[in-house]
Design a protein around this ligand. Structure first.
Ligand code: B12
Length: 211
């Protein structure tokens, strides 16, 4: 939408103060947090990804944009998370081993909390054994795995296998996501589901939790 162009451009150029200022202004104007996210912040970051792919942007530019995106997300977080319903189920969310991308994972956590789930964040670069151990300790119903690199997607399979070897696979649902991940991949590695974005992740989690 036209009115979010400046916000998108501020993400693209990594201007975190401007992102904070504009996000706050939209909130003050009464724009819904979800709209600011979907029409301002996320499309801006999508352009950053394209620029990196085309060799126009390098890591420093990506980091600046990621930092700017986080400033906006922090402002939206309390609104996206606001939910007074009793937790529908417990979800453990983390980025798989070898991968440090956490923006998508954080967004999924925020949205799941907003959808009434209790979320435990395992962080980034999480080994299969740590996922299994944390899932047990907190008796979670669902585990959400995030991967942004084609090279770390195999860690998802290793994590599914680790739950099998541990004997806890049957008690836990596993959903996966991240830019290179697909429904076919989820089927191939024996995960229970895939969701393309944070909103669909809520739907998927509801289905898996049977609510
Ligand atoms: C920001 C960024 C970085 C930042 C990360 C900062 C951070 N704190 O996360 C930095 C600069 C550190 C970085 C580093 C690298 N990056 Co990088 N990065 C990106 C970039 C531009 C954006 C990712 C992002 O945050 N998107 C915004 C969020 C909101 O989207 P998302 O992550 O996809 O998440 C959504 C969905 O996928 C889904 N989802 C995500 N997780 C989950 C989990 C579940 C359970 C579910 C259901 C859904 C779900 O819901 C989310 C919300 O809607 C992407 C480009 C892109 N278009 O993806 C490249 C990209 C992922 N990076 C890439 C690369 C190559 C790297 C490096 C290897 C570069 C290098 N040579 O060092 C390193 C790897 C470091 C490592 N070991 O992890 C490539 C990957 C290529 C590939 N196919 O493997 C990409 C695609 C860029 C490109 N076009 O080439 N990167």
């Amino acid at each position: 939408m036209e009115k979010y162009v400046e916000l998108q451009e501020s993400i693209i150029s990594g201007k975190k103060d401007k992102v904070g200022e504009l996000t706050q202004r939209f909130l003050d104007d009464g724009r819904p947090a979800k709209e600011i996210l979907d029409e301002g912040l996320i499309p801006g970051m999508a352009v950053v990804g394209r620029k990196f792919q085309e060799g126009e942007y390098f890591i420093p530019e990506m980091l600046l944009s990621a930092r700017a995106l986080n400033v906006g997300l922090d402002l939206l977080k309390p609104l996206l998370e606001a939910s007074d319903v009793k937790p529908v189920a417990k979800v453990l969310v983390g980025t798989v081993k070898g991968d440090i991308h956490d923006i998508g994972k954080n967004l999924v956590s925020i949205m799941l909390r907003g959808g009434g789930f209790e979320v435990i964040d395992a962080g980034v670069d999480v080994s299969p054994d740590t996922f299994v151990q944390m899932a047990k300790e907190s008796s979670v119903d669902i585990v959400g795995l995030s991967a942004l690199l084609t090279t770390t997607m195999p860690s998802m399979q290793e994590t599914v296998e680790a739950f099998k070897s541990d004997g806890s696979r049957d008690k836990i649902k596993i959903m996966i996501g991240g830019a290179p991940v697909t429904t076919e991949y989820a089927e191939k590695i024996g995960a229970d589901g895939y969701a393309q974005n944070a909103s669909l992740a809520i739907e998927m989690a509801r289905n898996l939790a049977g609510v």
